[in-house]
Every structure is written in structure tokens, then in C-alpha cells.
Design a protein around this ligand. Structure first.
Ligand SMILES: [Cu+2]
Length: 124
């Protein structure tokens, strides 16, 4: 009976050290392995300009899914408070933009052309 008790104790000790070793190995693995690259620089969404209304600060964009707003791709009107953002934009332009929800409004805070649009054959 005593022998049994001893062997159980040994067994538990062995198990315990095994677990400790396993944990150490696990921790080392995580330290050495994939240090994840920094998150994507900016949360830009791809879109095509449909319509621009500088006077009222509105722009219609056919946009792809906006992750930060959990919004699927669609065509919709956004507000642009900073009118300088409209500079150089025209319907048909392919753009990337950033949008922020301010109150109930979706305001474009950054927008830039990603590729020359088809209508821009004419030189200035
Ligand atoms: Cu939308």
C-alpha cells in the first residue's frame, strides 16, 4: 500500500513537471514565432465617385465594404465638411476614402484618387 502511495506521488510530480515544461515551451514558441505586423496603416475604403456637390458638401460614392462601420458595399451620399477635399475630384474617379461617424452623419475625413479615371484623357 505504501509503495502505491509513493508511485502515485512520483507520478503526480512527473506530471506536474511535464506540464511546466510544456508551458515554458509554449511561451517560448509564442515569443519567437510570428510577431504580427502592425495593423494596416489606415482604414481606407475603395470607392468610385458618382456625384459631387461642393456647394452642399456632399459626395455620392459607390463604395466597397466599410469595415469600421460594418457597412457592406453600396452607393450612398456622404458629407464632406472640408471642401478642400473635393479638389481635383470628378465623377468617375477611383478613390480611397476614410469616413467617420460624427453624430448621425457620415463625414468623409480623407479622400484621394487611386488611379486616373477614364474621362481624364483630355490634357489640361
Ligand atoms: Cu454605405
Amino acid at each position: 500500500m505504501k509503495l502505491l502511495t509513493v508511485s502515485i506521488t512520483v507520478l503526480f510530480a512527473a506530471l506536474a513537471s511535464c506540464a511546466t515544461l510544456a508551458q515554458q515551451a509554449h511561451a517560448e514558441h509564442h515569443q519567437n514565432a510570428e510577431t504580427l505586423p502592425a495593423a494596416a496603416a489606415e482604414d481606407m475604403t475603395v470607392a468610385t465617385v458618382r456625384k459631387i456637390d461642393v456647394e452642399y458638401g456632399k459626395i455620392t460614392l459607390k463604395h466597397e465594404a466599410i469595415k469600421s462601420l460594418a457597412m457592406p458595399g453600396m452607393t450612398m451620399v456622404f458629407q464632406i465638411d472640408d471642401k478642400t477635399l473635393f479638389e481635383g475630384l470628378a465623377p468617375g474617379d477611383n478613390v480611397q476614402f476614410q469616413v467617420k461617424k460624427i453624430g448621425t452623419k457620415l463625414v468623409v475625413t480623407a479622400i484621394e484618387k487611386t488611379a486616373p479615371s477614364a474621362h481624364e484623357g483630355e490634357q489640361k
